[in-house]
Ligand binder design. Structure first.
Ligand code: HEM
Length: 448
C-alpha cells in the first residue's frame, strides 16, 4: 500500500518545486491533508515524511541502528562540519560522543551559569545604550553574537568577540549556500573554481582560521580558564592505540560545537523575542514571574527550577518555531510504518515543524501559548509529539546547555528590557539548515 503524496506533486519534478519555493508551507499542508505519513518524490530521491509521534520514535529510537545519516542534507552539512559529532557515524561517532559527554553533564552546565550571565551583561549594556538612543537593534544578530561568545568562552576557551562579525557573516553565507546545494539536483563539486565555490571556500577559510587559533591557544595553555570541552578533546587518548586526536579530527569537532552550539540557541532566542512582542499577555506573565523571583537582583543558575513560566515560553517557541525544523535519515533496511512498507535505501524525513502542528496532538497549533508547557503534559500528547532536540542515541548533546543558557539570557534581558518588532515588520522564518528570520529581526528596545 502506498502512502498519500505530499501535496503539490507534479510529474517528473515530483515535489521539488513545492519544497524549493515554500518548504514550511508544504510541510504544513502535508500534515493537515495527508496526516501521519506522506510520500515525497524528488528527481533523484524518494522518501517519506513521518509526522506521527510513534513513527518518529520508531526511526530515532527503536530503529536507530537501521538508519544512517547518508542523506543529501547531511552530505551538505559535512562540507561545513566535516566528520564531527553531528555528522559522523558508527564506532567512530560513539567514541567521540563518549569523550565529549562529560563536558555536558548537568552539574557542569549549571556551574557555567554565572559565566553565561556575566557574558550576557555585555549585551545588556549594548541594549541599554540602544534604548537610550532610541535606536533599533537587530535582535537576531545580537543573539548570535551573544551565543557565539558563550559557547566560545565556556566550551572552547576563546573570546570570540573580535571574530564574531566575520564568523557570523561567513556562517550565514555558508548556511544559505548549503541549502542551495541540498535543493538543487546538481551543483559543481567544490574543486571547480566557480564563483559560488570560491566564495564558499573563502567563508570556510575564515571559520577554519578561528578554529585553528582556538585549538593552538588551548594546546599552549590547557589550564587557562574556560574551554572545558576542548580540553577534554585534547586530552582524550584512543583506548587501543593510545593516540590523541589528529588536527583534522579536532578541527571537525570544534567546528561542530561552534556551529551547532550557537546558531541554534541564537535563533531560539530571536524567535522568543518576536513571539513576546506579538503576545502582550504572555509578556506580562513572563515579567510577573521574573519580578517575583528575581526582583532587581541578577539571575543565577539556581533560579532555573524557579522559573517555570520562563522555561515554558522557550519550550513553546521551540514548538512553534523549532530551529531544527527537519531531520533526515536513510533506511538501511525496509521499515514498516502502520500499513506502509518503506523500502530499504529510501529517505525518511522527520519534521519537528510538522509534528509540532499535528492536529491530533496539538490544539490550535498556530497559536503561541506557553501554558501548554506549564505542569504535566496532558495524557493525550505522547512524548514524541514534541522533539525539538531529536531523540534516541543521536539526541542533541547540548540540550541542557541550550535550555539553561536560553533561560539565563532571557531572564537577564527581559527583567530589564522590552523588545518590540518595528511596525509592519513581522519576521518571516526562512528554513535553511536552521530556521532563521529571513531579514534579521530589527526591534525597538525599551528599558522597563
Ligand atoms: C535550541 C538549541 C538547540 C537545538 C534546537 C538543537 C537541536 C538538535 C537536534 C534536533 C539534534 C539531532 C540531529 C539529528 O538527529 O539528526 C542535535 C544534535 C546535536 N547538537 Fe544540538 N541543538 C541545540 C543546541 C545545541 C548546543 C548548545 C550544542 C553544543 C554546545 C549542540 C550540539 C549538538 C551536537 C554535537 C549534536 C550531535 C549529537 C550526536 O549525534 O551525537 N546543540 N541538536
Amino acid at each position: 500500500m502506498l502512502a498519500p503524496r505530499v501535496p503539490g506533486y507534479v510529474p517528473v519534478l515530483g515535489n521539488l518545486l513545492g519544497f524549493r519555493s515554500d518548504p514550511l508551507g508544504t510541510i504544513v499542508r502535508a500534515v493537515r491533508e495527508a496526516g501521519d505519513v506522506a510520500r515525497a518524490s524528488f528527481p533523484r530521491h524518494q522518501g517519506h515524511f513521518l509526522f506521527h509521534p510513534d513513527a518518529v520514535r520508531s526511526v530515532l529510537v527503536d530503529h536507530a541502528k537501521d538508519v544512517s545519516k547518508e542523506t543529501p542534507g547531511f552530505d551538505a552539512l559535512r562540507l561545513l562540519l566535516g566528520n564531527g559529532l553531528v555528522t559522523s557515524e558508527g564506532a567512530y561517532w560513539l567514541r567521540q560522543r563518549r569523550i565529549a559527554q562529560p563536558a555536558f553533564h548537568r552539574h557542569k552546565i549549571f556551574a557555567l551559569g554565572a559565566r553565561m550571565v556575566e557574558l550576557t551583561e555585555r549585551t545588556a549594556d549594548e541594549w541599554q545604550r540602544a534604548a537610550e538612543a532610541g535606536r533599533a537593534v537587530d535582535v537576531a544578530e545580537s543573539m548570535t553574537r551573544l551565543t557565539l561568545r558563550i559557547v566560545g568562552d565556556t566550551m572552547l576557551g576563546r573570546d570570540v568577540e573580535r571574530d564574531a562579525a566575520d564568523v557570523g557573516q561567513a556562517l550565514g553565507w555558508l548556511l544559505h549556500d548549503l541549502n542551495r546545494r541540498i535543493v538543487r539536483p546538481w551543483t559543481p563539486p567544490l574543486s571547480w573554481k566557480t564563483p559560488a565555490n570560491v566564495r564558499f571556500l573563502a567563508a570556510q577559510a575564515t571559520i577554519f582560521k578561528v578554529i585553528d587559533e582556538t585549538i593552538a591557544a588551548k594546546r599552549r595553555d590547557p589550564s587557562a580558564p574556560g574551554g572545558e570541552l576542548l580540553r577534554m578533546l585534547l586530552e582524550a587518548r584512543d583506548e587501543e592505540t593510545g593516540e590523541a586526536m589528529d588536527d583534522a579530527q579536532l578541527r571537525d569537532e570544534v567546528a561542530t560545537i561552534f556551529g551547532a552550539g550557537h546558531e541554534t540557541t541564537a535563533n531560539l532566542l530571536a524567535w522568543t523575542w518576536s513571539w513576546l512582542s506579538r503576545s502582550p499577555e504572555v509578556r506580562r506573565k513572563l515579567h510577573a514571574e521574573l519580578d517575583a523571583v528575581l526582583g532587581t537582583r541578577a539571575v543565577t543558575a539556581d533560579d532555573y527550577p524557579k522559573l517555570p513560566y520562563t522555561r515554558a515560553v522557550l519550550s513553546e517557541t521551540l514548538r512553534i518555531t523549532p530551529v531544527v525544523w527537519l531531520l533526515s535519515r536513510r533506511l538501511k533496511t525496509a521499515l514498516q510504518v502502520g500499513p506502509y512498507e518503506l523500502p530499504a535505501g529510501s529517505l525518511v524525513f522527520l519534521s519537528p515543524y510538522g509534528t509540532h502542528r499535528h492536529p491530533a496532538f496539538w490544539e490550535n497549533p498556530e497559536g503561541f501559548d506557553p501554558e501548554r508547557f506549564v505542569g504535566e503534559a496532558p495524557p493525550s500528547r505522547p512524548t514524541m509529539a514534541y522533539f525539538p532536540f531529536g531523540a534516541g542515541p543521536r539526541k542533541c548533546i547540548g540540550d541542557t546547555f541550550a535550555l539553561v543558557e536560553a533561560t539565563l539570557v532571557l531572564a537577564t534581558l527581559a527583567r530589564r528590557f522590552e523588545a518590540d518588532l518595528l511596525p509592519g515588520k513581522v519576521p518571516v522564518p526562512e528554513p535553511v539548515i536552521t530556521l532563521r528570520p529571513r531579514d534579521g529581526m530589527p526591534m525597538k528596545i525599551r528599558a522597563r
